[in-house]
Design a binder for this molecule. Structure first.
Ligand code: ADP
Ligand code: ZN
Length: 729
């Protein structure tokens, strides 16, 4: 229960400082609410925190200091406090780290009022310099958005005097603007599209679910293009009509642009956005307005789940199977699962939308925990593409080429007819390996146990683990032979090169996430492709995620076997999902599409399941195997990763931990390892992994917490615990 604390009362404040407990203070003059955001003294500093409950006392009370002030933002709601607590318990994360996720808004403590902002003006400056060009470029790129001086100068990489110079010229407008305006009202009563009977039934089910104002989760399944978005927008409409807020999460920033356009068409205005591509000023506005009810709908990335919604009634997780919902550094949480937790605490409905749901979600449907809604057909006349394998063993292809004669003919035929084709390869860069033909040396990262990947467009080698880059060397770093370094294996850039040779007349577009400066540049490129300004698209995973290319009728998958090789427990599931998603790009409009999968193992059960499109069978078979192995979703797992600059030390610590496993044995959990992690070194730190497996019903987190508490780790050793790990690197 929320309480009020009178002036001088002893209160516990949770700060974002890396401490393992709350701190006691005295309530300030005028008192404060539980949940209030406050500024408190900590040593010589002032830090921000939340009034978490009554103080704990039990020490010299004369030393307790007073809260400095209560911030002018909506207090944290009870349900948000509970959510942070439960999420912290689930992910074994200290509460301060959870609070950091929930307070990722710049200037939280700033007073409201006016501020000076900068926008694009009408005049052209008398003299254009590269620095001025950069400033105007940034303003144009972000359309009508306003920037503060600091933000604008930093985004453009210029000094603030450049901006001021442009203001004098009228090319940039300087104006006072109230901070944090509410977002324009979305009107749920505007008409949507006429829905097909199937879609209308689905929309009605979701509307009814939202209108109960009780917690529930629905899996919304339908092939790409079946109208899942149309249907869940009706759930959003119902939610807004009830006066509650809605959150739509998308796995990729690049997808938001298209979605925003659809929201505007449906509700007459743009929603709030929350993701890494949003300016600091807008983030602050979004955070505040969500808390005050000045934002009805937020479209965001996984961290939007931690926004301080006043009355959240619906969470949509689009492409719910997508791996990017799992945060892989810092707090290791899965936004899909946390969405369900959050919704259960605030009586909201969750929609998990996907053409290829995760096995976890499917299993929850089977277990009766989630509802299920299927959209059977694609919208309009489009049908699922015809799928077939190209048996690479029978193709005549030299070693350094990847487009088989069969695929080449199919592409040529499409281009001739004025249709688009897509070649898919799930690898960024030019080539995954750079090998010295003289000594056999492979260029690796200096800080990681990983190969450097050549990115020819950027003329650099890049480590996909740590992001380190270096120029392509002239000679072998090992034997110094000149002109012997050569690329091995294909990446998207190399495939583009091969395609350009095969189809010299074709207009080729390369879509890979690392080739764009900004989400908006990417959006513009995607739109031009959709409008027909390319004949052949060469793309990575980026294209698998929900873009509409109406002219696209052929998808060629260069290496369908790529995902099957890993020892990852989800390898089959991921390959199945990815191949189905990519194939789903073909034939969305009125032209039937086809998908061709190049494979060396056409008889592999996963490849056969993909071709047959028999999802229920695939899921059932996959579920059977996981059940037999006692792995998620039928058993519980936690990854334990220890790292240190010192390899001996990290092994010693890990072995000690594995030996003293009493608390884990108590719940019948098993430890596997320690073993060197598949990537045994990242950023100079040696990595050791252990895997803990337990029964589905076992209280795993409690046992892990007890187990870990036994050890005092040396400062140089870092421990992270990954509940329900998705990746095992
Ligand atoms: P999904 O989310 O399942 O991939 P979408 O909702 O994006 O499907 O629908 C695919 C395309 O078909 C979109 O361009 C969408 O606007 C269009 N569409 C789907 N249903 C309808 C409808 N009932 N009326 C008009 N257009 C529709
Ligand atoms: Zn590296």
């Amino acid at each position: 229960m929320s309480g009020f604390y009178d002036q001088g009362a002893l209160i516990a404040v949770l700060t974002t400082q890396p401490l393992d407990r709350t701190l006691d203070y005295r309530a300030p003059e005028g008192g404060c609410m539980e949940g209030a955001f406050v500024e408190v003294p900590l040593g010589p500093r002032k830090v921000i925190g939340v009034v978490w409950g009554p103080g704990e006392g039990g020490y010299d009370l004369s030393k307790v200091r007073s809260v400095i002030r209560v911030l002018d933002v909506a207090p944290m709601r009870d349900e948000m406090q509970q959510f942070l607590r439960r999420a912290a318990d689930y992910t074994l994360t200290p509460l301060p780290a959870m609070l950091r996720l929930a307070t990722r808004s710049p200037g939280l403590g700033d007073p409201p009022g006016m501020r000076i902002v900068y926008r694009l003006g009408d005049s052209v400056p008398d003299r254009m310099t590269p620095a001025r060009e950069k400033v105007l470029g940034v303003l144009r790129e972000y359309g009508g958005l306003a920037f503060t001086l600091k933000e604008l100068a930093e985004s453009a990489g210029v000094t603030s005097s450049v901006v001021k110079g442009l203001v004098k010229q009228g090319a940039v407008i300087e104006q006072a603007s109230p901070r944090d305006l509410p977002y324009p009202r979305l009107d749920p009563d505007l008409p949507g599209h006429d829905l097909t009977p199937d879609q209308a039934a689905g929309a009605e089910t979701l509307r009814a679910a939202v209108n109960t104002a009780r917690y529930g989760t629905t899996m919304l399944r339908g092939v790409t293009g079946s109208g899942k978005t149309e249907v869940y927008l009706e759930a959003v409409a119902a939610c807004l009509a009830k006066g509650r807020q809605a959150l739509v999460m998308l796995p990729e920033i690049a997808l938001t642009a298209e979605f925003l356009t659809r929201v505007q068409a449906r509700f007459g205005a743009l929603p709030a956005e929350w993701h890494s591509g949003v300016t600091m000023t807008e983030r602050r506005r979004c955070w505040r307005m969500v808390g005050e009810g000045g934002a009805q709908l937020v479209v965001g990335a996984r961290s939007a789940l931690f926004l301080p919604f006043r009355d959240l009634g619906l969470i949509v997780v689009d492409e719910e199977h997508d791996q990017s919902y799992k945060q892989e550094d810092g707090v290791l949480y899965n936004a899909r699962d946390m969405a369900v937790l959050r919704a259960s605490l605030c009586s909201a409905h969750v929609v998990l939308a996907s053409a290829t749901p995760s096995l976890e979600t499917w299993a929850n449907v089977q277990a009766g925990k989630y509802h299920r809604l299927d959209l059977s057909a694609r919208f309009g006349v489009a049908v699922m593409p015809d799928m077939r394998a190209i048996d690479m063993r029978a193709e005549d292809l030299p070693g350094s080429k990847w487009i088989s004669p069969t695929l080449r003919r199919a592409v040529a035929a499409r281009i001739e007819k004025g249709e688009q084709a897509l070649l898919f390869i799930n690898r960024r860069g030019y080539a995954p390996i750079t090998l010295c033909r003289a000594c056999g040396f492979q260029i690796g990262c200096d800080h990681c146990d990983a190969r450097m990947v050549e990115h020819r467009f950027q003329k650099r080698l890049v480590c996909h683990q740590c992001g380190e880059t270096k120029p392509m060397p002239e000679k072998c770093p090992h034997c110094e032979a000149v002109d012997k370094l050569s690329p091995v294996g294909p990446g998207v850039e190399r495939l583009a090169e091969e395609a350009a040779e095969l189809f010299p007349e074709a207009r080729i577009a390369v879509l890979s996430s690392d080739l764009y400066g900004s989400a908006r540049a990417l959006k513009a490129h995607i739109e031009s492709i959709a409008a027909g300004e390319a004949d052949l698209i060469i793309g990575t995973q980026l294209v698998a995620k929900g873009h509409n290319f109406p002219l696209l009728t052929l998808v060629g998958v260069i290496d369908a076997d790529l995902g099957l090789q890993g020892s990852d427990l989800r390898a089959a599931e991921r390959t199945f999902q990815l191949m189905r998603q990519v194939a789903g790009r073909a034939g969305r409009a009125d032209k039937p599409g086809s998908a061709m999968l190049q494979t060396f193992q056409p008889e592999h059960p996963v490849i056969r399941a993909i071709l047959a499109g028999d999802e229920e069978r695939f899921w059932a078979a996959e579920a059977g195997e996981r059940q037999a192995a006692g792995v998620p979703p039928y058993g519980r797992m936690a990854g334990i990763i220890l790292s240190s600059p010192n390899v001996q030390e990290v092994f010693d610590v890990a072995s000690d931990m594995a030996r003293r496993d009493g608390p884990l044995r108590q719940i019948n959990a098993q430890i596997y390892g320690p073993a060197p992690a598949p990537i045994a070194r990242i950023r100079g730190r040696h990595r050791v992994r252990m895997l803990v497996k337990a029964d589905k019903a076992a209280p795993l987190q409690g046992a892990l917490a007890q187990w870990v508490a036994q050890f005092k780790l040396p400062n140089s050793v870092r421990l992270s615990i990954d509940i329900d790990p998705q990746s095992f690197y």
